[in-house]
Design a binder for this molecule. Sequence first.
Ligand SMILES: Nc1ncnc2c1ncn2[C@@H]1O[C@H](COP(=O)(O)OP(=O)(O)O)[C@@H](O)[C@H]1O
Ligand SMILES: [Mg+2]
Length: 399
Amino acid sequence: MTNTTSPPPVRDHAEMPATVAVRVEDVQKIFDSKRGRHEALKAIDLDIFDGEFLTILGPSGCGKTTLLRILAGFEQPTRGDVLLDGAVITNVPPNNRPMAMVFQSYALFPHLTVHDNIAYGLKIAKVPKTEIAERVEVVLSIMDLVDLGDRLPTQLSGGQQQRVALARSVVVRPRVLLFDEPLSNLDARLRDQMRSELRRIQRQLGITSVYVTHDQTEAMAMSDRIVVMSEGNIEQVGTPEEIYREPDSLFVADFIGKANVLPAEIAHREGHAADVELLGITTTVAVPPGLADEGSEGATATLVLRPEDVAVAPFESPNDHHARVIDGAIEVAGWLRASEYVGAATHLTLELNDGTLIECVKHHTAQAGPSSLPLEGDGVLATLPVAALRAVVHRRAHG
Ligand SMILES: Nc1ncnc2c1ncn2[C@@H]1O[C@H](COP(=O)(O)OP(=O)(O)O)[C@@H](O)[C@H]1O
Ligand SMILES: [Mg+2]
């Protein structure tokens, strides 16, 4: 995939990208093989904005690579279309798409120097020699590779090889950069370093980027927006904070970070609010639009609550305490069953009077260390802010 048209625009990243660069319209992919028929993508609709860093996140086998390969043109959808800047490109072969794929295996030419590896695509595209020299210089400098131009790939560390692979992709000035788990071969420390470096370079160049990973931390740290996928469907699309704070489905709440899952019975429902019974009390929670069908009266709702939203205090007599709502929070008593100190925080497991287990995280500072916390076996009073309870669907409804 090569392209030698206009240079990428430098974006102001404070503003949200608005122009649609790539549109995926009702894309379905069925693989027919000896083992049978497999619907890898069901009905994918997705807009990718100009200049954004979009991550496709989901467990292994959910269809991430298939979707990326359809964007690149290596796979044809069974149904549906891919549009680039408004034009249908579904049947355009990969080498005629202004896109570049950055692979997990570095796939550098072993007999070419760093400089020549980077220049290769431009040579093939018959870019004039002086322009090649200029463009390679610029990319070497952005990628912090200036001193390594004469080395062979075998003389580079893993991180340096990954930077060369990226340099080789961006030097052709693609409209869209595609990444399929490019960091999963690297060890943990290098992966962390590369992910911030990759993000810095993407910001600097402003190239629309689609990044596939199964690693939620990587997705959270790098992305403007995250697309969470499961079993060939999109579960939710949002900024990292939206995905974390406002998960629509139990799948998303569970896949991104940790969540307490509390079953509740819906006593009364009015629009986007519902009175629910949980932990022996009745309270009102917000109901997201996706709950339209499951959220009727008498039905069981599922509420999720992040561990860091739970406050814990020592409490003398949990047996005598009745759950109540006070100052916008549910107050329940129980015992501290487990306490795990992990340095920056302590992970607590509480068992409430009715047997419900609640996970809780207390982050530490110099002023509030682990010694301020109750001990295993102690009575505790837990405070669950009602505003932090979120009703979720078990699965997104897919048409
Ligand atoms: N060429 C193929 N033939 C048959 N099945 C395939 C093919 N490519 C992918 N699949 C199947 O489609 C599903 C999605 O695969 P993939 O997109 O690679 O998932 P992911 O990248 O999310 O791990 C998997 O069940 C996989 O086995
Ligand atoms: Mg994959």
